[in-house]
Design a protein around this ligand. Structure first.
Ligand SMILES: Cc1cc2nc3c(=O)[nH]c(=O)nc-3n(C[C@H](O)[C@H](O)[C@H](O)COP(=O)(O)OP(=O)(O)OC[C@H]3O[C@@H](n4cnc5c(N)ncnc54)[C@H](O)[C@@H]3O)c2cc1C
Length: 465
């Protein structure tokens, strides 16, 4: 059976690795020149603790799927925890999150009981820890160069965050960094190991027709080709609706354009955890996210309309088309890049947003190319954050993920279908791990970062394996 996968983002690339490992004949079409060059990702949502509004079930699903993602892409992970602080102006109370954290701890234990190799987020007891104001004040004078304990990770927070602006307890949780350039590099290096997996770069699928087989028409380096396939996986990200439309298949989805800003900060701390300052999404006090990278770079999100979110940035499909109609100005940014003044202005606003809580950060004013893009949210619920797969007929699947971690749940569903079709054996096992050379990942990830217009340091991790 010949399988076509349209779109080499994290969903399509991971599905390709998974199916190639089962010996299937896989062709991955990617219109760009490298893998995982769509919207960014920086956070491994191992418990969904950034989303107060989602259900416990989605959080459990994100925990499980993040562990799976980490196990396949260990070299893409920055092993540093996340600190979650609730601002004094926020309506919520930090202890509202405690029942869910306890639940997640139990679920983590269950996953380890099932398979010891799932123990990738540290000891269960350390999944999260609470800090009172007194605990944090005690850490203010501590000198740490390399963090070894949970308390060590709190030291930069204790020294730099304005404790008058937050409620207590503050929560430290084992949600790690996820490096988009290293996912791209790892996926490519893994796929290269399978002779039955072909990657067609610079190959844009123009049309898919379904007769007895699927006929894929694509353009590669100015030349148009047609090729027949038995099975199609649509993982075209925010453009999945175009493939649906070409096949006359109906699907509801949202598309959202968002951006995170990149800056550099010469500061005294030898390391940083990620820090979240919760807030109500879409209001001027939306959640702030302070994400450290290698080499003193920081990525900033603030869930307000004039920083990460955009007026009319969220659109929905309608009865005429499965492809939501994103405003032309966003498509232009995706395809041609940004106006430098807007980058400066939005980066400064992001710095100001975070400086409310980290006063010494206010001196920062460098603005690099933002990490941005449009992502899809399948279905009718715009707050959905966990996996979603859908099938139309026996041989057409859509892998529409909201968070990078959701990819394996979808590949499992595709495998179940292929077992039913008699293409795969019931005993088919999902991929466990593929060893990669760290230096090779470092080099390729830095090259990808540079080729895409970012400082090459963004391709490294601080606490890697
Ligand atoms: C600002 C921002 C921050 C984010 N942060 C996080 C985070 O911290 N953690 C997290 O888990 N998620 C995060 N996300 C979400 C994450 O980026 C997406 O869930 C993920 O990238 C989606 O992957 P995908 O493979 O489904 O789609 P994409 O990455 O969009 O991949 C689709 C691919 O298909 C290709 N393609 C499209 N049409 C065609 C065609 N016709 N022919 C050939 N190729 C085609 C595209 O070039 C693209 O490479 C963030 C998103 C944004 C916008």
């Amino acid at each position: 059976m010949k399988i076509a996968i349209i779109g080499g983002g994290v969903a399509g690339s991971s599905a390709a690795i998974y199916l190639a490992n089962l010996g299937l004949d896989v062709t991955l079409f990617e219109k760009k020149e490298s893998l995982v060059d769509g919207p960014p990702m920086c956070h491994l949502h191992a418990g969904g603790n950034l989303y107060r509004e989602i259900s416990d079930n989605q959080c459990i699903q994100l925990l499980k799927e993040s562990i799976e993602l980490l196990r396949l892409y260990p070299k893409a992970i920055d092993f540093r925890p996340t600190i979650i602080a609730t601002p004094t102006f926020d309506k919520a109370n930090p202890s509202d999150l405690l029942p869910r954290l306890e639940l997640l701890k139990k679920e983590y234990q269950k996953l380890i009981d099932k398979d010891e190799k799932n123990k990738v987020l540290g000891e269960v007891e350390d999944y999260y820890k609470l800090y009172s104001k007194e605990d944090i004040l005690k850490l203010k004078e501590k000198e740490v160069t390399t963090p070894e304990t949970l308390d060590d990770w709190m030291v930069p927070f204790a020294k730099n965050v304005d404790l008058e602006k937050i409620k207590f307890p503050v929560i430290l949780v084992q949600e790690y960094g996820l490096n988009v350039f290293r996912i791209g590099a790892s996926a490519y290096l893994m796929l290269k190991k399978f002779p039955n997996a072909k990657i067609k770069f610079n190959s844009q699928v123009l049309e898919v027709k379904e007769d007895k087989k699927f006929i894929i028409k694509y353009i590669q380096n100015g030349q148009t080709y047609e090729e027949e396939f038995d099975y199609v996986i649509n993982s075209a990200g925010f453009e999945s609706g175009k493939i649906d439309d070409s096949l006359n298949k109906k699907r509801e989805r949202f598309v959202e354009f968002k951006a995170a800003y990149v800056t550099k900060w010469e500061n005294k701390e030898p390391f940083w955890p990620e820090i979240i300052f919760h807030g109500e999404r879409g209001t001027p006090k939306g959640m702030g996210q302070f994400t450290p990278y290698f080499g003193g770079y920081f990525q900033l999100h603030a869930m307000t309309k004039d920083i990460t979110l955009f007026e009319n940035g969220l659109v929905k499909s309608d009865e005429n088309s499965s492809q939501p109609n994103l405003d032309k100005k966003f498509i232009e940014i995706i395809e041609k890049g940004w106006d430098k003044n807007i980058v400066k202005e939005r980066t400064k606003k992001a710095v100001n947003h975070l400086s409310n809580f980290i006063p010494s950060f206010s001196s920062v004013n460098e603005a690099f190319k933002p990490l941005y893009g449009a992502q899809q949210i399948p279905g009718e619920d715009e707050t959905l954050r966990a996996a979603e797969i859908s099938f139309d007929g026996n041989k057409y699947a859509r892998c529409e993920i909201v968070k990078a971690s959701s990819v394996f749940a979808m590949a499992d569903e595709i495998v179940k279908k292929l077992v039913k079709l008699g293409v795969l054996d019931k005993t088919s096992k999902r991929i466990e791990e593929i060893n990669l050379d760290t230096k090779e990942v470092d080099e390729l990830a830095m090259k990808l970062a540079e080729n895409r217009g970012y400082p090459k340091e963004l391709g490294r991790v601080v606490f890697g394996v």
